[in-house]
Ligand binder design. Structure first.
Ligand code: NAI
Length: 300
């Protein structure tokens, strides 16, 4: 018989490990989180709103693991074992047995709040519910469901398979037990967790996205072309990738969403989005994922 668990603490008083993870949203981040968790031996239920999105996410995971097999970083058998830990679904009820559910749906408060509500309806009352939001208030999201102490932010970075950092965000209501289990999950996934409090954009995006936004202003004003702006920051500031190439990697729609959150939540015009960023998003030039952004990516 498994031991009785209360508030995520085992009978011996240690934090209970996360054994089953629900991931909502099989896009860039959700598929990466699901893959890294499965590689860490965790059973994953990956949920998206429709088969087309789900299949795309599962294919991205399989393709990435195939590349690892080709490069002899893992065997075909290891790949198959990892894939067997990931179950895809379009039914939210399927995360009902998960110890922790992380949402990685689009960066919209309304969408995330509706996903939080749907998850809270199906999981156990002490299951942890986490958001991978880039900028939205964890405190506000937690306030939309009962038992908000079980909510925290886990801000993974893209590509999840490679970047080590997870910003762990503590909302006003987040309990110590929740934070302990979130840290345990980050460690199990091989990530370095850094605690930050709940503030618009947290730390990484409060610094990074206004820099990208300023690069877009420079481009629009003709200070330099996109390639030159990126080279300046690579060669002059030792950034591994220029700000406009980084915007293309993140997705220009996500960058705009984050700028809008910084602008509205701080109420400070220094965070106003560059009009050119808005125009690029309106034109559907979202960066790598659409094949075109500040740079061109051809067929991918
Ligand atoms: P994405 O657009 O690649 O994927 C979003 C997925 O969520 C799509 O597959 C969509 O079908 C699904 N979805 C939307 N509503 C849903 C619902 N109600 N139920 C189930 N699935 C639903 O977005 P991406 O880039 O993966 O971003 C997801 C979240 O992660 C956002 O909050 C974003 O701010 C955050 N994030 C993004 C990073 C990036 O570099 N793209 C980095 C760190 C965080």
């Amino acid at each position: 018989m498994p031991a009785e668990h209360h508030n995520g603490v085992d009978d011996d008083g240690s934090e209970r490990a996360i054994r089953s993870l629900g991931v909502i949203g099989a896009g860039t981040m959700g598929s990466g989180i699901a893959q890294v968790a499965a590689m860490a031996g965790i059973e994953v239920m990956l949920v998206d709103q429709a088969d087309a999105w789900l299949d795309q996410g599962l294919k991205a995971i399989a393709d990435d693991l195939d590349r690892s097999v080709q490069k002899e970083r893992m065997t075909g058998q290891q790949r198959d074992t990892i894939l067997s830990r990931i179950t895809g679904s379009t039914a939210m009820a399927d995360v009902g047995d998960c110890d922790l559910v992380i949402e990685a749906v689009n960066e919209s408060f309304a969408t995330k709040a509706s996903v939080f509500g749907a998850v809270a309806d199906v999981v156990l009352p002490d299951a942890i519910i986490v958001s991978n939001t880039s900028s939205i208030s964890i405190t506000a999201l937690a306030g939309t469901i009962p038992n908000p102490g079980r909510v925290a932010g886990m801000h993974f970075f893209n590509p999840v398979q490679i970047l080590k950092l997870v910003e762990v965000i503590r909302g006003i209501q987040t309990s110590d037990a929740t934070l302990g289990r979130v840290h345990a999950l980050a460690a199990a996934m091989g990530k370095t967790a850094i605690d930050v409090t709940d503030s618009p954009g947290f730390v990484a995006n409060r610094l990074l996205i206004p820099m990208i936004n300023e690069a877009v202003f420079c481009l629009a004003e003709g200070v330099a072309n996109a390639g030159a702006i990126d080279e300046v920051m690579k060669l002059g500031a030792a950034h591994p990738i220029g700000p406009l190439a980084l915007a293309d990697l993140i997705g220009l729609d996500i960058c705009l969403d984050i700028m809008e959150t910084l602008h509205s939540d701080f109420g400070d015009d220094k965070y106003r989005p560059a009009p050119l960023l808005r125009q690029m998003v309106s034109a559907g030039r979202l960066g790598r994922k659409s094949g075109s952004g500040f740079h061109e990516y051809g067929d991918q």
